[in-house]
Design a protein around this ligand. Structure first.
Ligand code: CMC
Length: 380
């Protein structure tokens, strides 16, 4: 008799759930396009504001279009008082938990909360993109016993984020670092958090609910949490000579080296190189070359044999060292990923709403069948 078992694609590996015009990824050669444009051009020549427009409208903006979206982003950064009140209540929580909660509150008070049209979703996505940096920095300052810093409309998205975090205007170079970081994190196809956000949208739930879902999924160390884990690893390793034994111990015990490997990329993640060079020059500038040396040794020497298995560095490998050198606390590394990813989540939800079908896969039941129900008083 033929085998009746369904074919199972664990982790949905290799499964295409729909079509998209958001981003193209060729994992075999390490190629990434946003809306058709190569990530290398975008990371080097564009700005995060331009990427927000590109993702949400499908084409690069003209000068007036860029000025308009930039103006809207700058004008939308303030938070409703309800959000600040809740951030005070959850001040001792992990910043990702606080962010998840605060986005949920935003959803309760957003003027278009019940409008799931594509146009309203785009407007809400722009608002959330503007508000999330204010949430992350306000929570950090409240938990540190400081007052939140009001957004500065004179600064771009990246510069204003650093300003609200530290209360000081960043240098041009620091702003550029954050800008590139936000650009390379903005969109990435059907990654776990974007897919989860799409599942939420597929039930015709609202964008804020989808973003709350995305934040919850991004938090895990196998997804957005890797940058934090990489820097912890570098601090634990301490010197390049210790890297080999440290990594061997993890792998021999069935663990994973954070910042390496990817479900789709079996070559180097094209986003990683943009952070590598910047990590090297920042390390030198800050007089702390050891972190770059440790990570570089790990990549070039210790993990080189794993390239044969398709395990290369991913976007998170170098990002953590940059945040660390900028003086950003390690539990803010994942929220920074979220700050960059809001346009991507919004775009995925817009696509889902535009041509919706509920996302509902199957799991094969392998438990017992037709058991006899025994009343509780008769159970042994
Ligand atoms: N260290 C050691 N071994 C690894 C690693 C790693 N980082 N990643 C994968 N492997 C092994 C894995 O255990 C498997 O071994 P085996 O064949 O013996 O079972 C083999 O390589 C193939 O793994 P895979 O099937 O390609 O991996 P996956 O698609 O199930 O998981 C991943 C992808 C990202 C969850 C995984 O590579 C990982 O846990 N990496 C570390 C966490 C990390 O850096 N995450 C950030 C990802 S990039 C940012 C984002 O978009 O989320």
């Amino acid at each position: 008799m033929a085998d009746q078992s369904p074919q199972i694609f664990r982790g949905l590996r290799g499964v295409y759930a729909d079509t998209t015009t958001s981003s193209f990824i060729d994992g075999e050669v390490g190629k990434l396009l946003y809306r058709g444009y190569n990530i290398h051009d975008l990371a080097e020549k564009s700005t995060f504001e331009e990427i927000v427009y590109l993702l949400l409208y499908g084409e690069l903006p003209t000068k007036p279009q860029l000025a308009e979206i930039d103006g809207t982003l700058r004008a939308s950064r303030s938070l409703p008082s309800e959000v600040i009140d809740v951030l005070k209540v959850v001040k001792d929580s992990h910043p990702m938990d606080a962010l998840r909660t605060a986005v949920s509150v935003l959803g309760c008070v957003d003027p278009e909360r019940d409008d799931n049209s594509v146009e309203a979703t785009r407007r809400k996505g722009i608002r959330i993109t503007a508000q999330v940096p204010t949430i992350v920095t306000a929570h950090h300052r409240i938990r540190s016993g400081q007052d939140p810093v009001d957004p500065d409309p004179g600064l771009n998205h990246a510069g204003n984020f650093l300003y609200m975090l530290f209360g000081e205007r960043p240098t041009e170079e620091e702003m550029k670092l954050m800008d590139v970081d936000f650009i390379i994190h903005a969109e990435h196809g059907s990654n776990a958090s974007s897919f989860a956000a799409r599942v939420a949208a597929s039930t015709v739930s609202d964008l804020h609910s989808a973003v709350v879902t995305g934040v919850g999924v991004l938090k895990g160390p196998w997804h957005g949490g890797a940058a934090e884990a990489v820097m912890k690893m570098a601090l634990d390793i301490g010197t390049p000579e210790n890297a080999e034994a440290y990594a061997r111990n993890i792998i021999d015990n069935g663990g994973r080296i954070m910042g390496f490997g990817h479900r789709v990329y079996k070559a180097e993640d094209p986003r990683a190189g943009h952070m590598r060079d910047r990590s090297e020059s920042l390390s030198r500038q800050k007089g702390q070359p050891q972190w770059f040396q440790i990570l570089s040794h790990l990549e070039r020497e210790v993990m080189r044999p794993y390239q044969a298995k398709g395990i290369y560095v991913n976007v998170d490998f170098w990002a953590g060292s940059i945040y660390y050198l900028l003086g950003i606390p390690d539990d803010l590394f994942v929220p920074i990923f979220a700050v960059g990813r809001i346009p991507g989540w919004t775009l995925q939800c817009m696509e889902q709403y535009e041509d919706n079908i509920i996302i509902r896969p199957l799991t094969e039941y392998v438990g017992p069948m037709d058991l006899e129900y025994v009343p509780i008083e008769d159970r042994g």
